[in-house]
Design a protein around this ligand. Structure first.
Ligand SMILES: [Zn+2]
Length: 282
C-alpha cells in the first residue's frame, strides 16, 4: 500500500500596519501557503476598523492563491490569566472582539498565550483562563477555533507544561471550538527536546498522554536563541538557534508533525530567508 506524502504548508506572521490589502499582496509575493496576523496593535489594545473593500480584497486574494489556514494572534499584552480585575476584563474584551474580527477577515483560528498568573496562584490563573474562554465561547456561534499556545514558562507564565495546557483544555465546555498551537521555540525552552530524534519520540508520547495529537492545529515554527529548558522565550531564525536546521527537517518530514501547517514568527526583516529554508527542508 502506498501513502501519499503531503507536504506541510509553510506560513508566516505578517504585519498589518499598511492595511490588509498590502498584507495580502505581501503574502502572495512571499509565496506563503498559510498566514498569521494581528487584527489590532500588538502592544496595545486599540483596533482600527477595517474597510469593507480591504477585507474583501484580503479574503479574495488569499482564496485565489490558496493561502490557508489564516490565523489571528491575540496581542501579547492581553493576559487572560490576569489577577487584576481591570486587566482580566480587558483580556476578556480583546478575546471576544478578536474572535468576531476573525470571522470578519475569514480566519480559521484565533491563537492566544494562556497568560501569567502574576500575584495569584497557578490554579487560580487556570480557572480564570477557562472561565474567560467559556464565557466567550458559550456565546459564540461562528466556526473559528481558539488555540492555546504552548509557552516557554517565563516568570508566572501558564502553559509551559502539556499537563497544564490540557487542564485548561478539559475545562472548556465547547470542545469543538478549542485546540492547541505548538510553538517549537517555546516547547524547547520549556524542556521538551524537539532537537533530536529520541526527543521527538518523547515529546509525542507526552502529547499522546495529555491533550492528544488531534488537538494540535498548527505549529509555530521558530528556532530558539536559548538552550533546552532555559524557560526563555527568544525566537531565532531557522538554523540560527539551538533547535537547528536538521531538527526542522525532521519535524517537517515527520509522519504526524509534517501534516500540520508550519507558521513562522521570526523577525519580519528576514522572513523570506526563513520561508525559503522551510521550503527547502520539507
Ligand atoms: Zn508562538
Amino acid at each position: 500500500m502506498t501513502t501519499i506524502n503531503k507536504q506541510p504548508r509553510i506560513g508566516a506572521h505578517l504585519p498589518i500596519g499598511k492595511g490588509l490589502k498590502h498584507t495580502a499582496d505581501e503574502a502572495v509575493a512571499l509565496g506563503l501557503e498559510a498566514l498569521q496576523i494581528f487584527v489590532r496593535n500588538p502592544r496595545g489594545s486599540g483596533a482600527r476598523t477595517f474597510t469593507e473593500e480591504e477585507v474583501d480584497y484580503f479574503k479574495s486574494t488569499l482564496l485565489a492563491h490558496d493561502i490557508n489556514p489564516v490565523v489571528v494572534h491575540i496581542p501579547y499584552i492581553s493576559n487572560p490569566a490576569a489577577a487584576k480585575d481591570d486587566l482580566y476584563e480587558l483580556a476578556h474584551q480583546v478575546v471576544k472582539e478578536d474572535l468576531q474580527r476573525c470571522s470578519l477577515v475569514g480566519a480559521d483560528y484565533l491563537v492566544l498565550h494562556p497568560g501569567s498568573y502574576t500575584t495569584s496562584t497557578q490554579e487560580q490563573g487556570i480557572d480564570r483562563i477557562a472561565r474567560l474562554l467559556n464565557d466567550v465561547l458559550d456565546n459564540y456561534t461562528g466556526e473559528v477555533t481558539v488555540c492555546l499556545e504552548t509557552m516557554a514558562g517565563q516568570g508566572t507564565e501558564i502553559g509551559r507544561d502539556f499537563n497544564e495546557i490540557n487542564t485548561i483544555l478539559q475545562l472548556i465546555n465547547n470542545q469543538e471550538r478549542i485546540g492547541i498551537c505548538l510553538d517549537t521555540c517555546h516547547v524547547f525552552a520549556a524542556g521538551y527536546d524537539v532537537s533530536s530524534e529520541e526527543g521527538i519520540v518523547q515529546v509525542l508520547e507526552e502529547i499522546d498522554r495529555t491533550f492528544g495529537r488531534d488537538a494540535i492545529k498548527f505549529i509555530h515554527s521558530n528556532d530558539s536563541q536559548k538552550e533546552l529548558g532555559s524557560k526563555r522565550d527568544r525566537h531565532a531564525h531557522i538554523g540560527d538557534g539551538f533547535i537547528g536546521e536538521a531538527s526542522f527537517k525532521r519535524l517537517l518530514r515527520h509522519d504526524f508533525f509534517g501534516t500540520l501547517p508550519f507558521i513562522l514568527e521570526t523577525p519580519f526583516e528576514e522572513i523570506d530567508r526563513d520561508i525559503a529554508a522551510l521550503k527547502k527542508l520539507r
